[in-house]
Design a binder for this molecule. Structure first.
Ligand SMILES: Cc1cc2nc3c(=O)[nH]c(=O)nc-3n(C[C@H](O)[C@H](O)[C@H](O)COP(=O)(O)OP(=O)(O)OC[C@H]3O[C@@H](n4cnc5c(N)ncnc54)[C@H](O)[C@@H]3O)c2cc1C
Length: 413
């Protein structure tokens, strides 16, 4: 039987992060929502120090286990990841995205990189100053159809030369400019080869030829930067292609499939942030209803429930359903099971739940929800991105349908 009962360590971590979200993140959420606000440095520095301390602890624990030749205990790294994200996003989704880490670049490197590349590119995220990673796929002429990548990578001696434009890169500014971070960039080696020619490349912050064009002024998650980035004869070392050089020569779609595997890890993460935002709106709504003396009678018969009770109970059930799908997709990763179907299910469900729940909270509270006195209008704005990035709602439902019906992408598009 599948059990998502968290270990004591995971439960402690959740409680600690909830306190961080409540006391450190929430108080600056409104301020960071303003476009010209400073970055949330208290959060950034706190999380960075915690990550470094945890990194040292787990390295020591791994060493000890190896020495004692202990059998493999239960793995819960991905369950930890979704727990951390849910709690931080409960505090604020935009501030959560400012947490220094390898981000989507890390997922890509884990999915496609060689052991040497993992060491070279990911080790930096546990030492020194705060750093960020980002992933650049989307271009001005496409988003959903990732096979349309037109940014080129051409080999010139011991280097790849990248040319093209990427847009809407989450944390792009921080990853490319503000830190010695990294960007994973999708580019094609041969446009005629279609999907088979698409590979991902690691570009280090500050590489000449990579230019951040600015920052998007957007609806939600405004604390975090979203940037268009141009690659103009940007030269990177030959060994920065993710995966081995031999894979490049092979035919078929192996390279593209490898790159797509990034989404199996990133979609549960996005789903978790959506669950966090939905839970924030639900908790906020219940707190106000309670203050107004409105009780939710969970044990009352259906026909006796008021409209508000019915709404709140439905919201709770929906959030819990999205959470359980998210946990399942993360748990499967911990179990080393292929989770592409479950990751898309979780992402699609969390996207639709968080947009509906946050909107419902605003609706129930009326002008109070719509005003900036509370954070409900902000949660409604922050929620929508769950439905957009890492595959839109429609694309994830399409993936679910294809996998359930065993259709190819050509047969069902
Ligand atoms: C704040 C923000 C951050 C982002 N961060 C990143 C990032 O870090 N890296 C990155 O590479 N990209 C990022 N993106 C881009 C995002 O992934 C794309 O916007 C998304 O994939 C949709 O692509 P599109 O905008 O081109 O829309 P389109 O693909 O043009 O889609 C438009 C509409 O048509 C629907 N649609 C498209 N194809 C189908 C189909 N076959 N069947 C049914 N419906 C369909 C879509 O669901 C959508 O509703 C970000 C976007 C935003 C807004």
């Amino acid at each position: 039987m599948i059990s998502f009962k968290p270990s004591a360590a995971l439960e402690n971590m959740r409680n600690l992060l909830h306190m961080v979200a409540e006391n450190q993140i929430r108080p600056v959420a409104r301020q960071c929502d303003h476009h010209d606000a400073e970055k949330p440095w208290d959060h950034i520095n706190f999380m960075w120090e915690s990550v470094k301390a945890r990194g040292t602890e787990s390295a020591a624990a791994a060493k000890k286990e190896k020495k004692e030749k202990k059998a493999d205990g239960p793995r819960e790294g991905n369950m930890q990841m979704v727990t951390i994200i849910e709690e931080l996003a409960w505090g604020d989704a935009g501030i959560y995205l400012c947490t220094p880490n390898a981000g989507l670049a890390g997922f890509a490197i884990e999915a496609v990189g060689t052991p040497e590349q993992k060491e070279r590119f990911l080790k930096r995220f546990t030492e020194g100053e705060p750093k960020w990673g980002a992933m650049a796929i989307t271009e001005p002429h496409f988003g959903s159809d990732t096979s349309q990548v037109a940014t080129t990578a051409v080999r010139d001696g011991d280097e790849w030369v990248l040319n093209g434009t990427k847009i809407f890169v989450t944390s792009g500014l921080m990853a490319a400019q503000e830190s010695p971070g990294i960007l994973v960039v999708w580019a094609t080696l041969d446009k005629n080869a279609g999907r088979a020619g698409i590979k991902s490349f690691v570009v280090e912050a500050g590489t000449p030829g990579m230019k951040v064009l600015g920052v998007e002024d957007k609806l939600g998650i405004r604390a975090n930067d979203t940037a268009p980035i141009v690659f103009d004869n940007c030269r990177i070392p030959i060994e920065n292609i993710l995966g081995s050089a031999e894979v490049v020569q092979s035919s078929g779609t192996a390279g593209f499939k490898g790159a797509m595997a990034t989404f199996d890890a990133s979609r549960p993460a996005v789903a978790a942030s959506g669950v966090g935002v939905a839970q924030a709106a639900l908790d906020g709504l219940k707190e106000i209803l309670e203050k107004e003396g409105i009780e939710i009678r969970y044990d009352a018969p259906d026909h006796e429930l008021t409209a508000i009770e019915r709404d709140v109970i439905d919201m709770e059930a929906q959030v819990q359903a999205a959470r359980l799908l998210t946990y399942r997709s993360a748990w499967m990763m911990d179990e080393r099971r292929h989770n592409a179907l479950e990751a898309s299910m979780a992402k699609a469900k969390a996207g639709s739940v968080t947009t509906k729940v946050t909107q419902k909270a605003v609706e129930i509270l009326g002008p109070l929800g719509y005003s900036q006195k509370h954070l409900f209008e902000k949660w409604m704005r922050d929620a929508k991105i769950t439905d957009l990035y890492e595959g839109t709602q429609q694309i994830n439902l399409l993936i679910v349908a294809r996998r359930l019906l065993d259709y190819s992408s050509k047969a069902l598009s």
